[in-house]
Design a protein around this ligand. Sequence first.
Ligand SMILES: Cc1cc2nc3c(=O)[nH]c(=O)nc-3n(C[C@H](O)[C@H](O)[C@H](O)COP(=O)(O)OP(=O)(O)OC[C@H]3O[C@@H](n4cnc5c(N)ncnc54)[C@H](O)[C@@H]3O)c2cc1C
Length: 290
Amino acid sequence: MKGQLLTNEKLAKYTSWRVGGIADTLYIPFDKADLIEFVAGLPANEPVLWIGLGSNLLIRDGGIRGTVINTKGRLKAMYRTEDGLVYVEAGVPCAHVARFCAEQGLVGAEFLAGIPGTMGGALKMNAGAFGGETWSLVKQVDILNAQGDVIVRQPTDFTVNYRSVKGEDGEWFLSVLLQLPEGDTIASQQKIKGLLEKRNQTQPTNQPSCGSVFKNPDGDYAARLIEQTGLKGYCIGGACVSEKHANFIVNTGNATAADIEELMSIVQTKVNEQHGVLLVTEVCMVGEKL
Ligand SMILES: Cc1cc2nc3c(=O)[nH]c(=O)nc-3n(C[C@H](O)[C@H](O)[C@H](O)COP(=O)(O)OP(=O)(O)OC[C@H]3O[C@@H](n4cnc5c(N)ncnc54)[C@H](O)[C@@H]3O)c2cc1C
C-alpha cells in the first residue's frame, strides 16, 4: 500500500461544515490501483464510508466506527478519450470538470463549476444546479465493490432522481465517462463566470456550510418555506440559519454536529407546522452521536 493510513483521525477538517468526530481509521489512497488493493484487503464485514470533499456530509460528533476512505486530491486523472468522451476519476473537483469541458469545446457541464465537491460525490448525489444534473452527462461508470472488483456499469443500472442515486449496496464510484455535445468555449466560459457570480450573490460562500440542507419539495423551494417561518438568523450554539440563504445552515465558528442536527430538526418542525410540508434532508448524515 502506498497511501496514508491514519488512526483516530479527527474528521472535522475533512468536511465543509468543519464538524465531525473521530474515524477509527482513515485511508488516503495514493492512486486508483492502490485504492483497489486497499479495499480488496479489508475484512469482509468492515464498515466503509467514502468521502470526497465532505461538502454534503454531516458527520456526527461521536465519529465513524470503521474505515473512511478520502479521495480528496487523489484519483484525479481527467482526459478526453479518442472517441470524444471525457474520462474523470472520482477525486477530481467538479469545478475542474466544468473548466476542462469548456476548454475542450464541450458544453453542458457549466453548472458543475460552483459545486464544491468531487466527481465521486456528484455521482452519488446526482449533484445539480441551474437546471443541470450530473447524471444527464453520464455515459458509463466504473464502480468498485467491497471485494475489490472493478465493474463497468451503465446509467440504466441505477435509479437516478433529484439528489438521489440508488445502485447496488457496497459499491462506490471510481470513475466516469461523460458525454457532452460540442459547442463554443468562450460562451461556455462566460456561462461559468455568470453562474459563479450568481452563487456569490445568493449564497453565504464565505462561511462553512454544506450547501442546501433540505431538498426542494415538488414545485416549491425549501428556502422560501424556511424564510416564511422567520427562522433566518436563528441559532443553536454555533449553528445558524443563514441570513443570506434560508436553506443554508452555517457554522459561525464553534458549532458541533449536534447543534446543526438540532437546528435542522427545529427548521423541519416549524415548516411542517406552518406549511404542512415535511422537508427531506439533502445532506447525508452519518456517524455516532456523542
Ligand atoms: C457552498 C456549497 C454549495 C453547494 N451547492 C450545491 C449545488 O448547487 N448543487 C448540489 O447538488 N450540491 C451542492 N452542494 C453540495 C455538495 O457540494 C454536493 O452534493 C457534492 O456533490 C458533494 O460532493 P463531495 O465530494 O463533497 O461528497 P461528500 O460530501 O464527501 O459525500 C457525499 C455523499 O457521497 C458519497 N460519496 C462520496 N464519494 C463517493 C464515491 N466516489 N462513490 C460513492 N459514494 C461517494 C459519500 O459517502 C456521501 O454519501 C453545495 C455544497 C456547498 C458547501
